[in-house]
Structures are given as C-alpha cells and as structure tokens.
Design a protein around this ligand. Structure first.
Ligand code: PXG
Length: 471
C-alpha cells in the first residue's frame, strides 16, 4: 500500500498545487503553509469544496457569475460551437458567425451611440486595448501629443503592464517598475475614508475637481482620456457621491478629453442597468467589459467604442497594429451569446433593478446597525460594509490595516459565505439569480460573522479607535 494521498482527495490536490501552481495575488510561501482551498463544483449561487462544504458565492466567482453557476444551456452552446468551429482567428480579413453576431448583440445592449466592439480575452487586455486605441485615435486625428491618461488612486484596471499602470494600487506599482509613463493618478471619490469634514456631494465635487486640476496642469492638449470604474470594485466597492460622475463628464467634455468607463465589474447588469455608466448618468466615449459578458463560463472581454471615436479612428486610422490570438474566440462568443439570451429571457437586469436588488439592499443596509459597521452601502447587487470601532469618527482599528478585514473574511468562509475583504471592509456581489431565501440566508450569515468578529476583536483588544489618516 502506498501512503500517497488518494488521487481524488484534498491532500492530493493541495500537494500538486503547492509543488507546481503559482497563484495570482498570493504569497506562495504563506499559502502553501496554510493549504489552499479546493473548489470542485458549483451550482446556482453555491460553490462546493473538496471537503464537502457548501458555500454561498457572495462574490459571483470573481464578480462574474451573473446568471449563476452550472447552467447547462451555456455548456451546450460552447460545446456546439466548438464542435463546429473550435478556433479560427479574426485577423486577416476573416470573421466567424458567433463573433459577428456577438458584436451586434453587444451593440444592441450598449449605451446609445456605441455600436462597435473590439474583442479581447479579458479585462486587462481590454484596458490595454483602450490605451493603444485612444492614443492611436488622437494620432489619427492629427493630435499625436494627446497621450496622457488620467486615472485614480486605488483604481483597479487589471494586471498587465498597461492595466496595472492605469490602476492606482501602490503595491502593484511597487513591483515591476510601474507605472509606465504618461499616467497621472488623482484623488478617488472615496467619501467614507477620505471625505474628512466635507459632506458627500461637496467631496464628490472636490474629487471631480482634482481631475480638472490634473488635466489643466498637464495641459488639455496633452491629455488623451480619463478612465474610471463607475463604481470601484476591487478598490472596495466605492460608490461615488451623486455629484461626482456628472461633474467629471463635464470637465472632460470642456477640455476635449475622452471619457472611458472601465465596466469590467459594473457592465452587464451589476448595478441594475446594463452598464454602470448608465446608472451614473454619464455617456462614455469608450467602455471596457469582461466577466459578466459570459458570466465567467469562458474568458472573453472587449472594448465598446462610441461612434464619434470609431468614425475618426476608421476614417483616418489605417491599420490598427493591435490584436490577440483569442480576440473573438468562437467558444467565448458562443458563451456570451447564450449568456445574453438567458439574461434577456429571464429579465435578469430588470430583476437586479426591481426585485432581488432592492430586496437585498434593504436587508444589507440594516447591517449598519451592527456596532462594528460604520457604513453599509449597496446599489444593484454590489455592496460593501465599512468596519470601524467608532462609527461617529469613522476611525480605524488599533491594528495594521487589513487585519480586521481578514478576521471577518475567515469567519465568513467558515460560516458558509464567500465575502471578500478589502482593507477593513467587506464587499459583496452575488449572482443575479439569488433567490429571496438565499438573500435572507446571506444576511443572516453576515450578522453572525459580524458578531463573531466583534467578539474576537474584543478578545484581542483591537476595538480601540485610531484616527484615520486623511479623514
Ligand atoms: N478592470 C476592472 C475594473 C476589473 O475589476 C480588470 C479590469 C481586469 O480584468 P481581468 O479579466 O484581466 O482580470 C478587472 C478585474 C478582486 C479582483 O480582487 C478584481 C478583478 C480581478 C481579480 C481580482 O476584486 N477585476
């Protein structure tokens, strides 16, 4: 008898993983010491691990499972497509039916005046495409000096060199010599942590004005575009004050700076509108998408280009020297078409706006009554809790930032809910198919997790308020 772990056991997969698999955004040494979680199956709003635990997927995988897990129609659409045409490229004067049909289907749900789509394999490639497409556009329009991008601190725009540079995450810039040149990062519209004594709308205008200031300092003639997530996702579900986006749009228009919305998380219904920019009431010149376009069943992303930019780019741009082997992969296009069909047939975006969104929001916002919660916020099906030892002063904890968030996250997993921690806050983005009963279960788990976290912080003496820097 061998003492090696069984080939279908947690120990077996953990051993292989520890020996060979380098994980994204992970400290491999620490992860291997702890042992990785093995997810083996998913159904509806739940994932199952190799130990038989059933866990409510409060993060939709990684912000992508709009229609829920295990939908056979998508699996069949991919299988049918791959058996007919497994792969062909969309480069040399070639297309295929699924790519053409998907481009049209996306144009059909896109904001008005945005009717052209460039395909990528995911969000980071979409963001890199924007960087190159926008600079090429301005060059084609005879203004090659317009190269600078304005972005925000604590933005997340992906992990490629371009995406991580446009993103405003200092720990990412610290690795690999980033950011690349000609990117300026400005104040984020994060009222809770950085609003100080200003009220929300005052702070929203202040943050928008920082965009204007950066453009004016660089010279509008040198600035290509402003890029922002309608709601910052990975940065902590930061829902800007109402005053912010309309002011940013006006500032960009007045200065002839293109407005780009990174809709990788907000796109395809997350806010209860097809796109987060529609929720915020602004009209971008370009927008990026990924994740929810296929509900994660197949990697696919892209850029939707507004007609003004597309027309100039097509008329004057000549060949665009940019593209990916998997731009418009038949499997991804088939998955997206089937996903959009389900979203239309089951009216899932409307469901987020009028049914499960308001249902969960009402219960989620009540979590603000918990003594550990400083703010509960949620629009559509994207929300956050700010944890604090003192709501009135929005104080930080007497521990390194992120400590409390991780304690809370670990309790959440243990209690059967995937909730992510960002700094000392919790974030949530469940599938659009979540039932009312599942929403009730979710909120009940969160109350329990907050109680457990509170007791643990009390035990460790971490409930001492510490004034927040910048607030
Ligand atoms: N833009 C935004 C707004 C994103 O949220 C990307 C671009 C990059 O997409 P790809 O498909 O290349 O990953 C994203 C991705 C997190 C987390 O921890 C968020 C993302 C990815 C990984 C982790 O919240 N968002």
């Amino acid at each position: 008898m061998s003492s090696a772990p069984l080939s279908n056991s947690t120990a077996h997969w953990r051993a292989l993983d520890a020996a060979h698999h380098l994980h994204p955004f992970s400290d491999t040494k620490a992860l291997n010491a702890e042992g990785v979680r093995v997810i083996t199956r998913a159904e509806g709003a739940y994932v199952f691990d190799s130990e038989g635990n059933k866990i409510l997927d409060g993060m939709s995988g990684l912000w992508c499972s709009q229609i829920g897990h295990g939908r056979k129609a998508i699996v069949e659409a991919i299988a049918t497509q791959l058996s007919q045409l497994d792969y062909y490229n969309t480069f040399f004067k070639t297309t295929h039916p699924a790519a053409a049909e998907l481009a049209a289907a996306i144009a059909g749900v896109a904001p008005e005046g945005m009717s052209r789509v460039f395909f990528t394999s995911g969000g980071s490639e979409a963001v890199d495409t924007v960087l190159r497409l926008v600079r090429h556009y301005w060059a084609a329009m005879g203004r090659p000096q317009k190269t600078i991008f304005i972005s925000r601190k604590n933005a997340y725009h992906g992990s490629t060199m371009g995406g991580a540079s446009l993103g405003g995450m200092a720990p990412m810039h610290a690795q690999g010599g980033l950011p690349i040149p000609d990117i300026i990062h400005v104040q984020q519209p994060y009222w809770w942590a950085e609003g100080g004594t200003m009220d929300r709308d005052e702070f929203g205008l202040f943050a928008a004005n920082e965009v204007a200031r950066a453009i004016d300092e660089a010279g509008p003639e040198n600035v290509a575009a402003f890029i922002g997530e309608p709601i910052q996702g990975a940065g902590g579900v930061i829902i800007p004050p109402d005053s912010y986006w309309p002011a940013v749009e006006k500032i960009c228009r007045e200065r002839d700076v293109l407005l780009v919305c990174d809709e990788v998380i907000c796109g395809f219904g997350r806010t209860g509108e097809w796109f987060g920019s529609q929720f915020m009431g602004v009209k971008p010149d370009l927008l990026t998408f990924a994740k929810g376009v296929t509900s994660g069943y197949f990697p696919l992303g892209g850029v939707i280009v507004g007609d003004k930019v597309a027309e100039g780019f097509i008329a004057n741009g000549g060949e665009f020297n940019h593209g990916y082997t998997y731009s418009g992969h038949p499997g991804g296009c088939a998955a997206a078409l089937a996903n959009l069909k389900i979203m239309h047939e089951e009216k899932l975006v409307e469901r987020v706006k009028f049914d499960i969104g308001p249902y969960l929001q009402e219960r989620w916002l009540k979590l603000a009554d918990h003594p550990l919660v400083g703010e509960a916020r949620m629009v559509g099906l994207i929300g956050a809790l700010e944890l604090t030892p003192d709501r009135a002063s929005r104080a930080a904890f007497a521990a390194e930032e992120g400590t409390v968030g991780l304690i809370c996250r670990d309790f959440s997993f243990r209690e059967g809910l995937v909730m992510r921690a960002v700094r000392d806050g919790m974030i949530l983005a469940p599938p659009f198919t979540l039932t009312h009963a599942e929403a009730d279960e979710l909120v009940a788990i969160v109350w329990r997790v907050l109680d457990l976290t509170y007791a643990e912080l009390q035990r460790r003496g971490l409930l001492v308020p510490v004034p927040r820097v910048g607030a």
